[in-house]
Design a protein around this ligand. Sequence first.
Ligand code: PGA
Length: 239
Amino acid sequence: MKKLFVANFKLYCSLTDISNWCVQSAHTGPEWAVGTTIIVCPEMIHLGFVARDLANYMFLGSQDCSVHTTGAFTGDISAAHLAEIDVFYTLIGHYERRIYHQESPELIAQKYLAAAKNGLVPIVCVAGPEDALDIFSAIKREDLTPKTVICAYEPPGSIGTGIIPDLTEIDLTCQKIRAILENSFPASELFVLYGGSVQETDAKNLSRISHIDGLLVGKASTDFQAFKKIVSFFMNRVF
Ligand code: PGA
């Protein structure tokens, strides 16, 4: 099974930063990314620009989507319209959406449904097993049979803090989250990612955790070379 890596640019990048990132990606061959799926999630207003300039071996993701597909919803971003510009994935329920926009498990489940119905693969962010249970129970009520389920474990105390939990703790937590996903969607292909303060220096250690299938990288992903190193170290390859 491929490993999955998400670059979440949040609100960090200017158009010039994005342009540099895309140019570097387009000038770098795909060898470092063999055996992986790389998903780049820029700010919404940069999606079209990145869609045009990103290396062709990477996929485009959005940082969120609306529960609404069309209609009078000023400021919302439709999953259907994201799909039209070659967005394949979307983050759902990121911690920063939860705390700054008060998103509930029910709302996240509705976003999941809107994304899945319009052909996007949601990447569901959870704070731990209890949170995963709440969110995936709500998603299960929507009566979906997704081919692929992606869940990123992001401990709130690790997002943007430089603090990563003990590796054994990450492994155990991801194991519990995987069990919840297996129980909710036994027929789906499952990916459990770790996210929160991932740096080049941690990637090798994180790759030793048996229950993670990849990484969700925030701030460090905004530097293309740093992101490439994180992926390469995790995959045990150095270029
Ligand atoms: P960080 O963010 O890597 O900057 O801590 C991770 C995330 O929340 O996506």
